[in-house]
Design a protein around this ligand. Structure first.
Ligand code: PEP
Ligand code: MN
Length: 331
């Protein structure tokens, strides 16, 4: 249950109520308590302090349409994602920052096409400890250089909670990777900032678990959360993962968070990315994340799925048409 407290409730009183009713406390225009969804009505002292309350079926609460019918808006500077906009943000860049030359070539592709949000990982949460782990802080500084040189917005992933502050400093969006979806150190730290967060779905998690992870960030006080479906593990082995478009439809219908789809990590092979990306765009989502590399063959991570620049240029033009057909605008 979400309880909006009376305007005259003091912080001290709100903290006391939060403790008594085992609720999360967050502050926006007024103080808000979030108890378990099992509680269906304010009682006792809580009742006296209640301005209005919202009941949800499950612990998908702050992210649910039962609480907030309209889609939340996330602002990346002047760029609007979600809300009442019809924007669909196409995010591209390589899987990893590998060198200044590579990252600059990739940044220039964005400038050429008018892509505003540039992605690349500096801290890579790899499946094997014996593969390239990312350039770390040096990689972040290269991204920052591209940000100031070309005016791009940067999204990059956090591998553990000790990186959150660095990512806040050097990037515009914090990406929480699929393998970190359950990392409470990261989730809680991201709840304490206002920096936009892109939360990727763990590949072995249900939609309920996914959105409940987002609840940790929202209930920590950060409303700027976007969800990213990037493929789940099924019995199928011909493709890397299975993109859960049914899940994406569910997220659009039942949550108030912007939804971004990542066809690259889902299929894992470049040949299928353009078709899949167009299918994603046709769903009318708030954005796509597509990996590109100046020379995918030599990429240090996710080599098989990254599009070369020619492939991306073609795809980008066709995405604009698909977007238009479903009332969206590529930004
Ligand atoms: C990535 O975006 O490069 C990445 C590692 O994605 P995921 O967390 O979805 O595997
Ligand atoms: Mn990748």
């Amino acid at each position: 249950m979400i309880v909006h407290l009376n305007k005259d409730t003091s912080r001290e009183e709100a903290e006391m109520l939060a403790e008594k009713y085992e609720a999360a406390l967050l502050e926006s225009e007024r103080m808000i308590l979030v108890t378990s969804a099992k509680v269906k009505e304010p009682q006792g002292a809580l009742k006296d302090a209640t301005h209005e309350f919202f009941v949800t079926d499950t612990d998908i609460q702050l992210a649910s349409k039962q609480y907030m019918k309209s889609k939340r808006q996330v602002n990346i500077g002047e760029l609007v994602i979600g809300g009442s906009s019809n924007n669909s943000v196409v995010i591209t860049g390589p899987c990893s920052v590998e060198s200044e030359e590579q990252i600059e070539a990739s940044a220039k592709l964005c400038v050429e096409l008018g892509v505003k949000v540039f992605r690349a990982g500096a801290y890579k949460p790899r499946t094997s400890p014996y593969t390239f782990q990312g350039m770390g802080l040096a990689g972040l500084k290269l991204l920052d250089k591209m940000r100031s040189k070309y005016g791009l917005k940067i999204i990059t992933e956090v591998r553990d909670s000790t990186h959150v502050d660095e990512i806040i400093e050097y990037a515009d969006i914090i990406q929480i990777g699929a393998k970190s979806m359950y990392d409470h150190g990261i989730l809680r730290k991201c709840g304490k900032t206002n920096k936009p967060v892109l939360l990727k779905r763990g590949f072995g998690t249900t939609l309920q678990e996914f959105v409940q992870s987002a609840e940790f960030i929202l209930s920590g006080g950060n409303p700027n959360v976007m969800l990213c479906e990037r493929g789940i593990r099924t019995f199928e082995t011909k493709t890397r993962f299975t993109l859960d478009l049914c899940g994406a439809a569910w997220l659009k219908e039942y949550t108030n968070l912007p939804v971004i789809l990542d066809p690259s990590h889902a299929i894992g092979y470049a040949y299928g990315v353009p078709d899949l990306a167009r299918a994603c765009m046709a769903m009318g989502v708030d954005g796509l994340l597509i990996e590109t590399h100046p020379n995918p063959k030599v990429a240090q991570s996710d080599a098989e799925q990254q599009l070369n620049f020619e492939q991306f240029r073609d795809l980008y033009q066709s995405l604009k048409k698909v977007a238009e057909a479903v009332g969206k605008k590529v930004v």
